[in-house]
Design a binder for this molecule. Structure first.
Ligand code: XIL
Length: 465
C-alpha cells in the first residue's frame, strides 16, 4: 500500500492517494508519482528553513523503545529533558549532585546533532523534600548553589535554561512556593543572576503555563520581564508552555507573543500539547490539527519566537492522561507512532501554508476491483479541518488509455483527459473531520491517477466539450 501525505498549500487542496490493489489478475498496483509538495522534510528541517527549531521533550524510560528513538532522533532539531534535570534528580540530597540520567539524554541529542533546552532549575514541584526544611536564612544560598552547580555542569551544551518555572498564580499573584515564602519576591531575579554568572552563553528563560494568551497571569509575567529589563536583571526569553485544549487556543496568542518580543526578549513555546476529551474522533482530530497549525503560525509570525517544543511527540508517552483524567490524544503522533492530522497541519504551517479560506479537503483514490479491460474505484473525500465545507470538487488527469464509464454519488464532467467530479446534492456538506465517498467505473488499465486533488466548494471547472 502506498500512502502519501503532502504538505498543503494555501490554494492547493491537500492530496492523499491510497492505492489498494484488490487483485484478480495478479497485477501489481501502480504507485503514483509523489506530488510536487511532498512533505519529505522533517518538522525540524521545515522549522530550520524558517530560522526556528522544532523539538520534542523526552524522558529516560522511553529511550529503550527503538521505534520511539528512531523518530525522536530524526524528526526533531531540538530536545528538552522532560524530567531528569529537575532538582529532585540533580540534587537529591543537599550538596550531592547527580547528572547521570540527564546526561544520557544530552549525549543522545548531541549524537543526533540536536540542540538541548535545560529544564528546569527553580520550581515548586519535583523538589526534594529536604529543600522545604532548609532554614529561611540559608535558602537563598542553597538556591544559588544549586543553580551554579547545575548550570556550570552543563555549560556550553545547552541553548536555553528554564531558570524559574511556574512562579505565578492564575490571578497574577506570586505562587507561595518555599522560595517565595522564605526568600521573598527577589528570588526570581537572584536565580537569573546566578545562572548568568555560571554560563554567560545559555539564554535564560522564565517559563510558565496559561501565559499563552493575554490575561492576568501573562500580564504579571509581562510586568516582571519589563522590570527585569529596566533593572538590568539578566533575562533573555519567556517560555510559554502551551499545554492547550483543542478548540480553545487563546485568540490573543500572536499578540501576546509579540508584546513580549517587543520588550526585547525571545519567546519559545516550550511544552506544546493540545489535548482533547477521549475518545478521539475524526472531528476532534480535525479541530486539533487546526489548532496546531494556528499555534505554529502564531510563532512564525513573530520573528523573536525562536522555536517550538512538543511535550513529547507521541501519545504513547504523553503526560496528559495521567494528569487530566479522561483527556489525552494530545500529540501529533498516536500511540502506535502513526502521524495524525495534527502532524500534517504543523508541516503545512511550517511550510508557510495557511488555512485554506473555505476549508480544506483531501481525496483518497483506491481501486476496488479490476478485470481485463476495466476497473472500479472508490474515492473518499474528507474535510481535514474543523470548519464545515458545503461542497467539494475532485479533479484528476486520466492516465493514458483510461476512460471513465460512469460515476455514482457524484457528478462527472470529462474534458479531454481532465476529470472533474462534484458532489451530488446530498453529500456536499461535510462537518469537521467528516468524509463521504463516490464510486466510478472505468475502462483501460487500473492505473491510479497521480494528481487527485480535492478543492472545497463547487469550483467552476472546465465545461465539457
Ligand atoms: C511533567 C512531566 O512530563 C511528568 O513526567 C512529571 O511526572 C511531571 O512533570 N510543566 C512543566 C513540566 O514545566 O516540567 C511538567 O512535566 C509538565 C508541566
Amino acid at each position: 500500500m502506498f500512502r502519501h501525505h503532502p504538505a498543503r498549500g494555501r490554494r492547493t487542496a491537500g492530496l492523499l492517494v491510497t492505492a489498494l490493489a484488490t487483485l484478480s489478475a495478479g497485477l501489481a498496483a501502480v504507485a503514483p508519482a509523489p506530488p510536487a509538495h511532498a512533505d519529505t522534510a522533517t518538522l525540524g528541517e521545515l522549522a530550520e528553513a524558517k530560522g526556528r527549531y522544532f523539538g520534542s521533550a523526552t524522558d529516560n524510560p522511553e529511550l529503550s523503545d527503538t521505534r520511539y528513538t528512531q523518530i525522536l532522533g530524526s524528526e526533531f532539531g531540538q530536545i528538552t529533558v522532560g524530567n531528569t534535570m529537575k532538582w529532585q534528580y540533580t540534587e537529591p540530597s543537599r550538596g550531592r549532585f547527580d547528572y547521570t540520567a540527564a546526561e544520557e539524554i544530552v549525549d543522545l541529542a548531541e549524537s543526533n546533532g540536536q540542540s538541548v533546552r535545560g529544564h528546569t532549575l527553580v520550581w515548586h514541584n519535583q523538589l526534594p523534600s529536604w529543600v522545604g526544611d532548609v532554614p529561611a536564612g540559608e535558602l537563598l544560598d542553597v538556591m544559588r548553589n544549586h543553580i551554579t552547580h547545575e548550570v556550570d555542569h552543563f555549560k556550553g551544551r545547552l541553548i536555553h535554561w528554564d531558570v524559574v518555572n511556574e512562579a505565578f498564580e492564575e490571578d497574577g499573584s506570586r505562587r507561595q512556593s518555599v522560595f517565595q515564602q522564605k526568600i521573598g519576591d527577589s528570588y526570581i531575579a537572584e536565580a537569573f543572576k546566578a545562572a548568568r554568572a555560571a554560563d554567560p552563553d545559555a539564554k535564560l528563560y522564565y517559563n510558565d503555563y496559561n501565559i499563552e494568551g493575554i490575561g492576568p497571569k501573562s500580564d504579571a509575567v509581562y510586568e516582571m520581564v519589563k522590570s527585569f529589563k529596566a533593572r538590568g536583571v539578566p533575562i533573555d526569553g519567556v517560555g510559554m508552555q502551551a499545554h492547550l485544549i483543542a478548540g480553545q487556543v487563546p485568540a490573543s496568542i500572536q499578540r501576546n507573543i509579540q508584546r513580549f518580543a517587543d520588550l526585547g526578549v525571545d519567546v519559545a513555546l516550550t511544552e506544546l500539547d493540545i489535548r482533547m476529551t477521549l475518545p478521539r474522533t475524526a472531528a476532534k482530530d480535525a479541530q486539533q490539527a487546526d489548532d496546531y497549525g494556528a499555534v505554529v503560525r502564531a510563532c512564525l509570525a513573530v520573528s523573536r519566537c525562536v522555536g517550538i517544543t512538543l511535550w513529547d511527540y507521541t501519545d504513547k508517552y504523553s503526560w496528559v492522561p495521567s494528569v487530566f483524567p479522561g483527556e489525552g490524544a494530545a500529540l501529533p503522533w498516536d500511540e502506535n507512532f502513526a502521524k495524525k492530522p495534527a502532524y500534517h497541519a504543523i508541516a503545512a504551517a511550517l511550510s508557510g501554508g495557511g488555512p485554506a479560506p473555505g476549508g480544506d479537503c483531501t481525496a483518497t483514490y483506491r481501486v476496488t476491483s479490476r478485470w481485463q479491460g476495466g476497473f472500479t474505484a472508490e474515492v473518499t473525500v474528507r474535510n481535514e479541518h474543523s470548519a464545515p465545507i458545503t461542497g467539494w470538487t475532485v479533479t484528476w488527469t486520466l492516465p493514458g488509455g483510461q476512460s471513465i464509464g460512469n460515476v455514482w454519488n457524484g457528478n462527472l464532467t470529462v474534458n479531454g483527459r481532465n476529470v472533474t467530479v462534484r458532489n451530488a446534492g446530498y453529500n456536499g456538506t461535510l462537518g469537521g473531520g467528516g468524509s463521504t465517498t463516490f464510486g466510478l467505473q472505468g475502462q483501460g488499465a487500473a492505473d491510479i491517477p497521480a494528481d487527485v486533488t480535492c478543492t472545497p466548494g463547487q469550483s467552476a471547472g472546465t465545461p465539457a466539450q
